[in-house]
Design a binder for this molecule. Sequence first.
Ligand code: 5RP
Length: 266
Amino acid sequence: MKYRLVSGPEEPQGAKPTMGMGETMSSDDLKRIAAEHALNLVAPGMKLGLGTGSTAAQFVDLLGAKVKAGLDVLCVPTSEATRRQAEGLGIRLSTLEETPYLDMTVDGADEADEALRLIKGGGGALLREKIVAAASARLVIIADNSKLVDTLGRFPLPVEVVPFGLTATRNLMKSLAYDAGCSGEMTLRLRPDGTRFLTDNGNYIVDCAFGEIADPEALDDALKLVPGVVENGLFLGLADLGVFAGPEGVTVISSEELDFEEGETV
Ligand code: 5RP
């Protein structure tokens, strides 16, 4: 994959996060800044995929305001939560069945490396997110820059599995992941009330704390061999642009050939 650092922090790492006038920037402020950058990429008439999670929700919020001001776009949400939010904001919605080709999807991520390989699924929407991303001409990832890592795996990898045969599925996942160089705690995701978390598709999530994933492609291939695995949270070769907001600036990583000048933001 080609990638290019388009703009990065100008201040030394560790400089005090400020918003001018000495105010400290919160993680929500950074998510908002990343979302604002993505909003600049939206053009009238576009068909958009809407991601899931707190950062994607900021984008949906900003898009809603633009729609209220007259912007015409047609959107496909990646989760029921995002559908409800977008509906509440008066954003015109479609389904992927009705609108199977999208111009751009804007989504968050739990982790990204410098080649824009991602871990997603912290919100449990990874399956629909991946289907929508694959149907989009362009996937734009927005996040605060704490999500940028040298090696994927600090965030436990979410894997969506069907409820039938959970133990057998987990055993095979463990064995094939081991062959791909990964091992660690594999935990069935629960809701805060202790009941099993169910995805929008009625499946379970197994969170795999493998630690550093040296070969994400090998792990992805291995997990795809397990019959009960519906999808895993590794998004490899899908993201085209990553916008990561930090207290010292916005880092944009592109896998596209774009006409950016060094030091320019989108
Ligand atoms: C949901 C996701 C989210 O994009 C990911 O969990 C990031 O969420 P947030 O923006 O709240 O940190 O993959 O399935």
